[in-house]
Design a binder for this molecule. Structure first.
Ligand SMILES: [Zn+2]
Length: 295
């Protein structure tokens, strides 16, 4: 499933072809792609609108629209499992999994292709409605090691489910969480409330380093689903240290990588580099517990 680096790659590669284009026509092949609105309402909202910006928030792609030089809402895309976006010259054959096509004013066509049909491209007048529950962007300046430490302490949950929770840190998914925890030498089941500041610093550095490297590699393609808007696979999968490497030696210590399940997600760890401790440091007893013991 595309995560932050894949979505960022799609945004960067599509932007030069999308920005400045006016949408002249819409073809809807699978109405559910529109996220609840009817094809008629969608067409009314977007035909004649000009795309003036394309950016990413969490795993969403956002196309800002203007009409008569005034803001006119947004197209918000989510690739989910298998969505792909292309902007191609007429004659490109999108195949049987084409869900939506937008004809643009330079003769190119925006295609949304989605084998599994979970992907969405909706029209949103107000982004707040979509994004109000999203957590921190992990590559923003405001996301510091101290900020991450505070988030970990305030939640007191197991590390992996917490990092996958888009309302805490937005954009991370299964691959980059496993890779980050390995690099930070933290076990996915450790309690976030017991992570000390130095471990939080390691995790923060790991998350940022891996996301940046994955963006440089145009994301990761380990199955047939994710491809860039140029139809090419990403390259970061060649640098995975744990993800999909069950039984293979850890690059740091040579122990075989172990796979198990956390909240229905396949999870990969090096049992030597990432030892499991229920808590990483002894928790101070609460005043109430002390009083109870004193009685
Ligand atoms: Zn190891």
């Amino acid at each position: 499933m595309p995560e932050l680096p894949e979505v960022e790659t799609v945004a960067r590669l599509l932007a030069p072809r999308a920005i400045g284009r006016t949408i002249l026509g819409v073809e809807v092949h699978w109405e559910r792609t529109l996220g609840g609105s009817s094809a008629r309402d969608f067409k009314r909202a977007v035909i004649g609108a000009k795309i003036v910006a394309l950016h990413r928030r969490a795993k969403y792609l956002i196309f800002d629209l203007r009409r008569d030089e005034r803001p006119a809402g947004h197209l918000v895309g989510h690739l989910r499992m298998s969505g792909r976006m292309h902007i191609e010259r007429a004659g490109f054959e999108p195949g049987i999994h084409a869900r939506l096509a937008l004809a643009l004013d330079d003769g190119t066509i925006f295609h949304f292709i989605d084998v599994r049909k979970f992907g969405r491209i909706s029209f949103e007048a107000d982004l707040q409605r979509v994004f109000r529950r999203l957590g921190d962007e992990p590559l923003e300046k405001s996301f510091t090691a101290e900020r991450l430490h505070a988030l970990l302490l305030s939640r007191k949950r197991r590390l992996k489910p917490l990092l996958l929770d888009q309302s805490v840190v937005a954009g991370l998914g299964n691959i980059y969480v496993d890779e980050s925890l390995h690099r930070a030498r933290l076990h996915p089941l450790s309690n976030s409330g017991s992570v000390d500041l130095s471990a939080a610093r390691r995790l923060h550095a790991a998350v940022q380093k891996i996301l940046r490297a994955a963006i440089d590699g145009e994301g990761s393609s380990f199955d047939t689903f994710y491809r860039t808007p140029e139809g090419k696979p990403g390259r970061f999968q060649a640098r995975f240290r744990v993800y999909g490497r069950e039984g293979k030696p850890c690059g740091r210590c040579k122990s075989p990588i172990v796979k198990f399940t956390v909240g229905q997600r396949g999870t990969h760890v090096c049992p030597t580099c990432q030892p499991y401790r229920a808590t990483l440091k002894p928790r101070r007893r609460s005043a109430r517990a002390k009083a109870r013991r004193a009685r």
